[in-house]
Ligand binder design. Sequence first.
Ligand code: SAM
Length: 217
Amino acid sequence: MSINLSEVWNKVGKGWRHLNEQSHNVQNNIKHLESSIQHISPPTRIIDWGPGGGYLSRYISQKFQTVNTIEFIDICDDHFELVRNTLNSIPIVIGHKFVDIDSVKINTNPDLLIAYSVIYHMPSIKYVTDILEYWNSTLQPKEIVIRNMFNKHNNWERKPNQYSVGNNFLRGNLISLEYFATKMNNYTFIEKEKIQNVKHNNCSVDHIDMKIVMKRK
Ligand SMILES: C[S@@+](CC[C@H](N)C(=O)[O-])C[C@H]1O[C@@H](n2cnc3c(N)ncnc32)[C@H](O)[C@@H]1O
């Protein structure tokens, strides 16, 4: 793929609707997160993978009051200052720029990994698989909270040549829940709830929008 993802996300990020805390998307994600976090233990150290404006990890830290470190990792440079402002009450906040999986240098064994509305943005099965393997075998969070669009089979949501700046979002690959579970085989599902079936006119396959909580075995 010749596309420079970081460059594309920087363009998308500038108008990114998720950066507005009051937007429907952020509020909707917080609503779903609210029920998921009832299943987790109070975390001290959180990793927020693809934080947008950082509102979801701030929400968790306000709920639990136990959080002292949040590390976030994003492909989009434009989010970094905003996320730091959002998380300014957290004692330790460390931001990482995602370039490729081999250069990720996050502290391992966090209490919680949150990746909300991120995986379905990734551009290829290999890219997703490498990140899931990293979570499963290297990062090893105790608990994981995810919202993601899945498909019945691993499939492109759009044709690969349509993977570019769309309206104000960039979406690529959908994996199946079974594939996800196979790659995250050190974890068991605590919550696995379908939020909705989604069909967009401009996408080639149906989505199953799900929220998931997993615990390390
Ligand atoms: C739809 S937004 C979700 C933001 C936030 N999690 C929320 O739910 O409000 C997707 C986020 O993932 C980031 N992102 C996209 N691809 C990524 C990757 N490979 N690694 C890390 N972050 C990525 C984007 O820059 C953006 O911050």
